[in-house]
Ligand binder design. Structure first.
Ligand code: ASP
Length: 294
């Protein structure tokens, strides 16, 4: 059995469908996850990922991504990368072709170009329109990717499991809309946005990156599973800890989700409703998780 999990109502469906398509064509687990995230990054309809996403306060799109292999805890990540997409594939190159975990900013872009990625303009007519609305003070988007109407986030974080017990975690995002230039959230940080360890399970995060990072949310959740908690219990423990200890954690959605090496999964959020997509050998479902309170 192969299981994929992916975040949020919009990109999550695309991510698991693409990952499964590649699985059927015989791709290895890491490639399936990379392709699932890359498809979301290249779709300009997703406003918080890759091409056509919402820029920083200078009007520049800066992308973050990370990938971790639970077999040997190897990991690769990039942050604050401009003009390159998909950055999940650059993160994978950092994992596979360098002794490092993370490359940042212009030097990550230089590395990507050396690896054959073509620099391009990532702003679309739609992202320019949103930028102009934001500058004029009428942006439909708040600081985080949550709209008044939909209360959804767009960052795509994925977990994958192939039996018997091999896990990959990965994430790709443009971070928060209108962020300060150079701001980095949880998504490319190993232990905050993602974590995978074949001895136990994997976890991922999405939502307000500053709070998720302070909680080391993904590592905390995997460690809770290591102590014997189920994925659902582990996610709830992390989210309740954040609600109790971090005043900012309930101002916006902070989400963790997890899967253990047996394929059980769970999720929890500090605010609103979170949608998790699940693909188990091609059977695709979506589950809703409501906010927790103390
Ligand atoms: N966690 C991401 C960040 O803070 C945003 C998100 O998940 O929507 O950069």
């Amino acid at each position: 059995m192969t299981t994929f999990l992916a975040t949020w109502r919009e990109p999550g469906k695309t991510a698991v469908e693409t990952a499964w398509k590649h699985r059927q064509q015989g791709a290895d687990l890491m490639t399936c996850i990379e392709m699932g995230l890359a498809e979301c990054e290249l779709d300009p309809d997703f406003l918080a990922i890759g091409l056509g996403s919402l820029p920083n306060s200078d009007g520049e799109i800066e992308l973050d991504a990370s990938i971790m292999d639970g077999a040997d805890l190897s990991a690769g990540a990039v942050c604050s990368v401009q003009n390159i997409c998909p950055v999940i594939s650059v993160a994978r190159k950092v994992l596979e072709d360098t002794p490092h975990v993370m490359l940042a900013g212009d030097q990550a872009k230089r590395f990507a170009i050396e690896k054959g990625f073509e620099p391009r303009n990532l702003m679309t007519a739609e992202s320019i329109k949103h930028l102009e609305e934001w500058k004029a003070g009428n942006a439909p988007y708040k600081y985080i990717h949550v709209t008044e109407e939909h209360l959804h986030g767009d960052t795509v974080t994925m977990l994958g499991l192939e039996e018997p017990g091999h896990l990959i975690a990965a994430s790709a995002t443009s971070g928060l809309a209108w962020k300060l230039p150079g701001r980095v959230g949880d998504s490319p940080i190993i232990g905050a946005g993602i974590y995978a360890d074949d001895e136990t399970g994997a976890a991922g995060a999405t939502g307000l990156g500053e709070e998720l990072w302070k909680a080391c949310a993904s590592f905390r959740t995997v460690e809770a599973m290591k102590r014997g908690l189920s994925p659902q219990e582990a996610c709830e423990e992390t989210i309740l800890h954040m609600i109790r200890r971090q005043p900012g954690a309930t101002e916006h959605a902070c989400v963790v989700f997890a899967m253990n090496k047996a394929g059980e999964y769970g999720a929890a959020t500090t605010q609103g409703v979170f949608h998790l997509w699940i693909c188990q050998d091609g059977v695709i479902t979506v589950k809703e998780y409501s906010e927790l309170s103390l």
